[in-house]
Design a protein around this ligand. Structure first.
Ligand SMILES: [Ca+2]
Length: 314
């Protein structure tokens, strides 16, 4: 069964997130702000080791409990891997992606005027011919999008790229720690990020994206303000793969069946944690523009809002 549960429903347990954030749709009525984008190939930042507080006791059920995790120093890419960078990999290796082999991928399809969408099945479509070169389907292309994050890549594709670069993908803990800016803990307060800090969704999802942060849909990498460590796009733009196997919650004990059902729709598959939220995260839906936010993703699944970045050992 194809899994497209992206974004996540604002569950009853997390209704408070939506309530808090609906009042803070930053700049929702402001005109879109043009952004200066740094472009690709900005390399790595060095992240010192420390004790990271992972998870958020006030967040979604699978973000709980917050736990302290020792982390060794690591390097972390300043931004997502771009189409241009991935094209160089494909040209050098002949790599054929999972979506190309399968012949389709999952694409966000905004509702038509007059529709009142009520479930993810109404805004996600399995599109034949959608792949990293054709992000919206066979009639689309990445011409002029060399600095956009590559999407429609599986974990296998991402790991193949990482091996070619002599690097690796981050763990969930590394990603979350880097997204916090390297601080020990201090999870976000749940408010939608400032329009200059992350590419998210302003307005009522999935009906109207006001794009007051400068972009509707994905943005080129490095368009938004870097965090304290110098990395961009860690709580917006596109979701990103980690190598960490997904468990519903951070507790070392077994999760309840209700939590499993609420957070892992396809138990039994090889599910990994994706991090970082996306351009589709809005206060009324998802609200996963926070370092602690996480999602389960089958390793072979691909979508128009899912990419990756590299990590490496010091
Ligand atoms: Ca946006």
């Amino acid at each position: 069964m194809r899994v497209f549960w992206f974004g996540g429903i604002v569950t009853a347990a997390c209704a408070s997130w939506a309530a808090w954030t609906m009042a803070s749709v930053g700049g929702a009525n402001s005109p879109p702000t043009p952004r200066h984008c740094a472009g690709g190939s900005a390399g790595f930042i060095a992240v010192p080791g420390g004790t990271a507080l992972i998870g958020d006791d006030r967040g979604y059920a699978d973000e709980r409990p917050a736990i302290a995790v020792p982390l060794a120093a690591f390097r972390f890419a300043r931004h997502e891997v771009t189409n241009g960078e991935f094209a160089a990999f494909v040209a050098a290796t002949g790599h054929v992606t999972t979506a190309e082999l399968r012949g389709d991928s999952i694409v966000f399809a905004p509702p038509r005027a007059g529709d009142i969408p009520v479930s993810p099945a109404q805004w996600w479509r399995v599109v034949g011919g959608a792949d990293w070169r054709h992000p919206e389907g066979p009639e689309s292309s990445i011409a002029g999008r060399e600095h956009y994050p590559v999407v429609h890549v599986s974990l296998d594709d991402a790991e193949a790229y990482a091996r070619w670069k002599g690097a690796r993908l981050p763990t969930e803990e590394e990603f979350e720690y880097a997204a916090q800016g390297g601080k020990d803990g201090s999870p976000g307060d749940g408010e939608q990020p400032a329009p200059d800090f992350a590419n998210t969704w302003q307005g009522p999802f999935p009906i109207s994206d006001l794009a007051s942060d400068g972009h509707a849909g994905p943005a080129p990498v490095g368009c938004y303000r870097a965090n304290a460590l110098g990395a961009h796009d860690l709580i917006g733009n596109v979701w990103e793969w980690t190598v960490t196997s997904y468990r519903p919650g951070h507790s070392p004990g077994p999760a309840s069946s209700a939590l499993i059902a609420a957070s892992a729709p396809s138990a039994g598959e090889d599910l990994r944690v994706i991090k970082g939220g996306s351009f589709l995260c809005a206060p009324n839906y998802c609200a996963r523009y926070r370092p602690a936010a996480r999602h389960a993703q089958a390793r072979q699944e691909t979508a128009s809002h899912l990419g990756f970045r590299l990590a490496a050992n010091p």
